[in-house]
Design a protein. Structure first.
Length: 640
């Protein structure tokens, strides 16, 4: 604790005989004595002189009275100046101090009499009162601070009497919150006036986690774990003892909660390890410097029980340096998941996937490394691709022939046979017209079957990763205008209004222009197909490092339960009972895969009866660094 502040006086309080001689009272006594002894004599001499000069007695008396009045007036003026006015100032100052106004101050250059000494004393008293008021404010602030502490705190003097205690201490001992424990001694608090632990604290200066039994007011003793420290004054004498205590029951409860938390944490770690070990594929956790931090059972069986702690390139490939094409390096550099495939041991194919583990601030904490044998999957994909290629070839050849001959026969019948049936019986003409209608249906369905074959092939290539994109800068305005022009026949035939909102200028996108145009045309075709009247709007805007395109229609909308499934293969929202053409059901899945290859996002928002909005994003070309454009120089792990 801080020792009380003192305010030294500017001048010592003077003593009457040493500093200002007889003082004001002595001067007054002398004047009164002189008047008492001198006035009668002077009056008698003056009267005798005036009468002796031949003046009448009344004239002499009047002159003598005037002289005496002047003397008394001078004495009164001196008294007012030296006594009455200073005394009035002192009384006014005393009233200000009594009302708490402590800002005033007497100007006393030097002490000449008792009045100056009184003013000087008032100045010093006011200074002490100011310090006392500040000390009271400081004590109130200190009391507020210690009252906010969750632990009990008490300050005792060297004799063991409480000088300061917080609210928590008073509550635990059942004391009045307003008065608290101030003024009580250790005999009242612990039952012993000078307990051994207090003597030890006075001798050593420190008390550490001592269990002390405090005696509450009208209650059972409370065992509190107490720590304390001794505070000494400027002369190195014990002045105060500060004690901080906490109820032992609270500590036991906290310890139990900590044990329960540790037990739950251990159970969680065991559960995670069991789950981690139950995975059949080898999975490891790598530090940013490439060191293996953790490995599951499959990884330990494949790379050895001592894989943890080794460098990944040493543990996995038995090399002394970083492997070429390491996906963990790409994940470390880009903070994105990466997947590569390696062909090992002849025809065996291993897929290595790495995933970043990021901290709260986006910093890379670790990398998850997942290895999986995908030899059978690739073989099946190759079989599927071969099968689809063969089937598509086998379908396209006869389909082309059927559609060609159907179109040729339809033209021949229309040109050569139909004019000859103008006078034929009604049944013949009706039958002939039915044949023409059926052949037109065959033409439409043949074209639809051709689109289905093409969509199946495109989706198979996308899923197999065999579709090559020609990446470059794509002008967004040209992309939108080209898609609108490609679908103009569709929306004009239905009488729809097409609106375009593309700001100028807008940054170029990074991608394959043909594939992005395919996505936008597909979205516009769907919007036109499900909109009978109203408007279709295509808009674009910039969002951070991406360019976003929205295709909004005023059609029938998509039910909420169908929204999560619109991008699934062969999934149709509308059915034939509503008079809609079902299409292939592969347009939106192809759009999703194409946008995924462009590292963008695609989603839909819809309200039934109000329309739908399909949106997708593309990377901005001017925000791509060299690593995102083309991974040529691969950065190293930290510490390599």
């Amino acid at each position: 604790m801080e020792s009380p502040r003192t305010v030294p006086s500017t001048l010592p309080i003077p003593t009457l005989a040493r500093d200002y001689g007889p003082g004001l009272s002595g001067r007054v006594y002398r004047v009164l004595a002189v008047l008492a002894l001198g006035l009668p004599v002077l009056g008698a001499l003056g009267a005798w002189s005036l009468v002796g000069a031949g003046l009448p007695v009344w004239v002499a008396g009047a002159a003598l009275g005037v002289a005496l009045a002047g003397v008394v007036g001078a004495i009164g003026a001196w008294f007012v100046r030296r006594v009455a006015r200073p005394l009035q100032e002192v009384v006014g100052r005393i009233e200000d101090v009594a009302h708490g106004r402590l800002d005033g101050h007497f100007d006393v250059p030097r002490v000449e009499d008792e009045m100056d000494a009184l003013k000087q004393s008032l100045n010093e008293m006011t200074a002490y009162l100011v310090v006392a008021r500040e000390a009271r404010v400081d004590r109130h602030f200190l009391q507020s601070v210690i009252d906010a502490m969750p632990d009990a705190l008490v300050v005792l003097d060297a004799n063991g009497v409480v000088e300061l205690a917080n609210r928590r201490f008073s509550e635990q001992l059942g004391l009045d919150a307003a008065i608290g424990a101030v003024g009580q001694g250790l005999g009242t608090l612990v039952g012993v006036r000078m307990p051994p632990w207090y003597r030890t604290l006075l001798d050593s200066g420190v008390l550490s986690r001592e269990v002390i039994r405090f005696t509450p007011k009208g209650g059972t003793p409370i065992s509190m774990v107490t720590s304390g420290a001794l505070v000494r004054d400027e002369d190195d004498r014990p002045s105060w003892v500060v004690l901080v205590a906490r109820d032992r029951r609270e500590i036991d409860e906290l310890n139990q909660e900590l044990r329960d938390a540790n037990s739950r944490l251990a159970d969680s770690e065991r559960f995670f390890q069991n789950l981690f070990d139950a995975m059949e594929d080898p999975i490891t956790v790598l530090a940013p410097d490439g060191q293996v931090l953790q490995a599951n059972r499959a990884a330990r069986a494949m790379f050895g029980v001592n894989v943890v702690g080794q460098k990944c390139y040493r543990a996995f490939r038995m090399r002394d340096g970083v492997c070429d094409g390491c996906p963990a390096i790409e994940t470390y550099a880009s903070k994105r998941s990466t997947s590569v495939e390696h062909r090992v041991f002849g025809n065996a194919i291993t897929r290595i996937s790495t995933y970043p583990l990021l901290g709260k601030n986006g910093e890379l904490k670790a990398i998850i490394n997942h290895k999986r044998d995908v030899t059978k999957e690739r073989q099946l994909e190759d079989l599927k691709a071969g099968f689809l290629a063969g089937v598509s070839h086998e379908l396209r050849t006869p389909l082309t022939s059927l559609m060609g001959f159907n179109k040729l026969n339809l033209r021949r019948l229309t040109r050569y046979v139909q004019p000859l049936l103008a006078e034929a019986p009604h049944k013949v003409r009706v039958a002939f017209q039915k044949i023409l209608d059926d052949m037109r249906v065959m033409e439409t369905e043949g074209a639809r079957l051709g689109r289905l074959v093409n969509d199946v092939l495109d989706l198979s290539k996308l899923e197999a990763g065999k579709l090559t994109l020609q990446m470059g800068e794509v002008d967004v305005a040209s992309l939108v205008n080209g898609a609108i022009a490609a679908t103009s026949a569709l929306w004009r035939d239905k009488g729809l209004t097409m609106a375009c909102d593309v700001p100028s200028p807008i940054p170029a996108a990074w991608g394959d222009g043909d594939r992005l145009s395919q996505v936008l045309v597909n979205l516009l075709s769907n919007a036109i197909k499900f909109t009978d009247a109203g408007i279709i709007e295509v808009s674009s805007r910039v969002e951070g490092h991406e360019v976003r395109i929205d295709v909004r229609d005023s059609g029938s909308g998509i039910p909420p339960d169908e929204l999560p499934h619109v991008f699934e293969k062969f999934r149709q929202v509308e059915d034939m009972r509503q008079g809609r053409s079902m299409g292939t059901g592969l347009g939106l899945p192809i759009c999703r895969e194409l946008i995924r290859l462009h590292e963008g996002r695609i989603w839909v928002d819809s309200v039934v009866g109000e329309g739908s909005t399909f949106s997708f994003t593309m990377l901005r070309a001017d925000r791509l660094d060299e690593f995102e454009r083309s991974i040529r120089e691969r950065p190293s792990f930290v510490g390599y």
